[in-house]
Design a binder for this molecule. Structure first.
Ligand code: PAF
Length: 277
């Protein structure tokens, strides 16, 4: 497996490979969710490249940029075990050289859900991923459904800007007890981890409600709030929105994204499921 730490090395490697290239962009602290994206990529492509870059422009002031887990050695070992062809590990000076002033903004989709409380987050994500797509020139790029809004934003960006690749969204990988895998789960102590399970339980409560015939969105959201109250420390949002464009809906009469962002201690966790009528 090649380790590429700068843009020249990446371009030289890219120029020398033939056939399809799958790409898994990450911020490191890799877990089984990332491994599932890598496995899908290696199954569908002749080569797979993983990037590891903690992107400063997608963190707001006061967010966890500085404490974000950095585990490069273990990340490289995981990539190696899973048959990755190359790992790209640029630093901030390479990705954002002095005088950098160009940004990618996906309008509409980014005003909602996480975009409301994390202004600038999706501009940072879209910009870094557009740069990575330009550098890596993948055939296919893989993202997790856990970050449902991110996957929609990046799919829209690739379509709107005619980027010549397929953006593929893969199912959320969960711990046996239902907790969605996330690099931020490392912040949780045993008690917080137990409390965090209420997020998935709240999603399941919506699913159970719909299965029992309750399709009214305000009613389902109230059920979800009941599950969260007393467990999480702060709810950022509980939403049931159109799964295709994040538009509001009153009744689940088409595929719906049921999504939660909540703080357990100081850790902000997100999770979602898709429900269909
Ligand atoms: O999902 C992530 O890990 C990041 O948002 C991404 C897509 C790698 C961009 O920094």
């Amino acid at each position: 497996m090649e380790q590429l730490a700068n843009i020249q090395a990446l371009r030289a490697w890219r120029g020398n490979i033939a056939g399809s290239l799958g790409f898994v962009p990450t911020m490191g602290a890799l877990h089984e969710g990332h491994a599932a994206l890598i496995n899908r990529s290696t199954a569908e492509n002749e080569h797979t490249i993983v990037s590891v870059f903690v992107n400063p422009t997608q963190f707001g002031p006061g967010e966890d940029l500085h404490k974000y887990p950095r585990t490069l050695e273990a990340d490289i070992a995981l990539c190696d075990r899973h048959g990755v062809s190359a790992v790209f590990t640029p630093n901030s000076a390479l990705m954002y050289p002095a005088g950098f002033t160009t940004w990618v903004t996906v309008e509409g989709l980014t005003d909602k859900l996480c975009g409301r409380t994390r202004p600038g987050h999706f501009r940072g994500v879209a910009t870094v991923v557009a740069k990575l797509f330009n550098l890596v020139q993948p055939t296919r790029a893989y993202f997790g459904q856990k970050d449902a809004q991110q996957a929609l934003v990046l799919t829209r960006m690739a379509r709107d800007l005619d980027m010549p690749l397929a953006v593929i969204t893969c199912p959320t990988v969960r711990e046996p007890d239902g907790l969605a895998m996330s690099s931020r789960n490392r912040y949780l102590d045993a008690r917080d981890r137990m409390r965090a399970l209420s997020i998935y339980r709240a999603l399941q409560a919506a699913e159970t409600g719909l299965a029992a015939g309750e399709a009214d969105v305000p009613t389902l959201k109230r059920t979800m709030w009941t599950e969260l109250e007393g467990n999480v420390d702060r709810v950022d949002y509980v939403e049931i929105v159109d799964a295709a464009d994040l538009g509001s809906m009153e009744t689940i009469d088409r595929p719906a994204l049921v999504a939660i962002a909540a703080f357990v201690g100081s850790t902000r966790l997100i999770d979602n499921i898709i429900l269909s009528p």
